[in-house]
Design a protein around this ligand. Structure first.
Ligand code: DX5
Ligand code: ZN
Length: 220
């Protein structure tokens, strides 16, 4: 069954452990952490110390999405903080093959993300080395944006590329996922769904998590 990864970007950080617990009660599978540097994206969020706090609040895998330039120098800090998956951006890493290898050497699963305007073909020479490919369905930087429908075509292209390469990476989607957009993305072949505002801005976080989880269960 597909995996649901609530993004703490939209959570009440003054109550982080409790907010994570509410998603666990609704059936969350991973916890997604959005790290932003104010350079690669126009927003700033948090770094390894918050990832460490997330790790100590949950037994679920911690999925770290680095929206930062030159991620190499911070990889070790995020691994030490407890990341299980570290995803870097294709557009932000100058030597992506080296970065992927380094993440794996540090004992972590390695992901590569592409922005909405970056074609799937850019991944031809790196995808087979990745454990996960993250397709952005909004321009990264902020929660609460609308899903960009053209990503559906990219999901199909990525599923084809995975077949062609005989690769096993998971395909993750991030941005604008709610009880309407989750279904077409699932049909197109997504394995991992990130959802921020549709979970944490809901009146009932546990019920909102369970609603998305039930859609995945019913269709998986
Ligand atoms: C966007 C982040 C997302 C974000 C998704 O830059 O990478 O993970 O939290 O938020 P929603 O689900 O609100 O679009
Ligand atoms: Zn993210």
């Amino acid at each position: 069954m597909a995996i649901l990864a609530p993004s703490i970007l939209s959570a009440d950080l003054s109550n982080l452990a409790q907010q994570i617990r509410l998603t666990e009660m609704g059936g969350a599978d991973w916890i997604h952490c959005d790290v932003m540097d104010g350079h690669f994206v126009p927003n700033l969020t948090f770094g390894p110390i918050v990832v460490d706090a997330v790790k100590r609040s949950t037994h679920l895998p911690v999925d770290v999405h680095l929206m930062i330039k030159d991620p190499d120098k911070l990889l070790e800090n995020f691994v030490k903080a407890g990341a299980n998956y570290i995803t870097v951006h294709y557009e932000a890493a100058a030597h992506l093959n080296r970065t992927i290898n380094r993440i794996k050497e540090l004992g972590c699963k390695a992901g590569v993300s592409i922005n909405p305007a970056t074609p799937v073909q850019s991944l031809e020479d790196i995808a087979e080395y990745a454990d996960l490919i993250l397709l952005m369905s909004v321009n990264p930087g902020f929660g609460g944006q609308s899903f960009i429908p053209n990503v559906l075509k990219k999901i199909h292209e990525l599923v084809e590329l995975r077949k062609k390469l005989h690769a096993k990476f998971l395909i993750e989607i991030d941005g604008g996922i709610d009880n309407k957009t989750i279904q077409p993305a699932l049909k197109a072949g997504i394995d991992v769904f990130v959802a921020g505002s549709s979970i944490f801005k809901a009146d009932n976080i546990t019920a909102a998590t369970a609603e998305l989880k039930n859609i995945l269960k019913a269709n998986g």
